[in-house]
Design a protein around this ligand. Sequence first.
Ligand SMILES: [Fe+2]
Length: 588
Amino acid sequence: MSRIVEGLGADPGSTESLWKVALGQEPPDTVVSNARVFDAVSGDFVAERSLWIKDGRIARVAPSAETPAPGGVEIDVGGLTLVPGLIDGHTHAVRLFVPEFVRALLPTGVTGAVIETMEYGATEGMAGIRLFVDALRDQPLRLYYTAPALCGLTQEEEPAPLTPDELEELLADPMCLGLGEVYWSNALLPGAQGRRVRAMMAQTLAAGKVVEGHTAGAKGARLDAYVGLGVSSCHEPVSVDEALEVYSRGLFVMLRHGSIRRDLETLRPLFDLPLDFRRFALVTDSVDPVEMASWGYLDQVVREALALDIPPHVVYRMAGTNVAEHFRLEGTVGHLAPGRWADLVAIPSPGEFEPVFVMVGGTTVAERARVRVAARPVVVPKSLLTTVRVDAARALESAGPPPALPASGRVRVIEYVTNLVTRETLLTASEATEEDLMPVLAIERTRGERSFWGLLKGLGLSEGAYATTVTWDSPDLVVVGRDHRSALTALGRVVELGGGGVYAVGEEVVAEVASPVCGIASLEPAERVRADLSALVAALCGAGVAWEDPLLAIDTLTTPAIPHLRISHRGYVRLRDRALLPLEVEEG
Ligand SMILES: [Fe+2]
């Protein structure tokens, strides 16, 4: 494997010094002495150990009484426990651009992450993906990624699907560990998109890499058909039964606990069963920038797992070792043993995950919550800061007025069941009032020419309009709002910002978050993004939005990942049969 993190250690191929250090013939660079070291294989926390580190890697885990060849720097940790650095096996980096994402993660004890890339490919294809994956390189964390399947609602919602050559280019990159979450319903589609997605899966498997799964809603024969395509993991189980269903089919089970859902407590009874917990991982599936500060990241997942009395040796394996093995990184990370990178966290004891210091490749990257290294800055080309190619006034004019309840007949409505799950509801004028329903407009955002008005039930926004480009899996931007003036202000401002989310009432912009990088990430420091996001959420909740996270409730209206009725610029899409549906219900 080639060098992953520039400046954080030599290529693992250069073993000449390492074995000489182990034999005491050459001095290590660093000795971390007087530690209790977690042995991820035996599950023991072994006292009185020293790590001899050379060129960023572990040469020896020795009894503390033994001394290496003199010359290295000694760090006596006075009995602290050392565990492998945490590795998030499934996450997304949106809203914060990569350097700020790295800066936020450094003090948490996360030393590696496997990041999805679909957000950067949804409108810009390979140009966006190349920007993102190049930004992940040479950072002071080991950042890996998966190639995006770019599963749209319909074939037409994938303006930039990868060609086989483009996928091959990504799969040839050692940082690319496989194909990112492939939604089961897309993989089993009978038409062109299904064929394309299945071909990507086959190409990934032929390249010796993993295909990451997404089985939400699949059971029985459909689950078998999907697993049979070569899927190797799932991060979607939200109940013990669902977790056991994918576990028993041989999938690596990722237990999700982050901003999208927090399922650890519900899934806790799994740990009372006689299962092979090397087949499980703890993942975040993303944490939003505000919660990164107020709640934490994978470090908090580890703390909650420990508080739920999951044994520490199981927790640290699930938050690092098992992830490394699943992604075929064993031998390089996930275990404090000779030959592996010295990626580790020093904590007071196995049951207290409060990082005293964090090392990546033998370099201390954070110490007592203070970041000690700088993330590598990334220059974003102008073309990827101007991806919202919409004329607000013209787009709204060509969309026409927002729909209202018809005097006769029924209309089709997206009704919220939870903040994420929706259903298809058919309503007559007598079954709802205008106040119950909120117009929602999907506009194809690379050209702005095509759009579709739908209706939402259960959002609760009482005034103004909200426009967002941070829509999931989609090249569309979405505007929710009743009055034209507010919609024009919100849409106009979001275009001006190059993307993000804007809430406006009349001619006034009430709150906004700029996300000009491919329309999904900010160039601002994390602190500014957090402040803007908090103000935006407060404004929308203050205007009556019923959901705790109004941004998530709106941004997910475009995704095929969550049932049941979604929206695109071509119409509603019913996920069960991928039917493209109009607002008016054809009777009879
Ligand atoms: Fe995900």
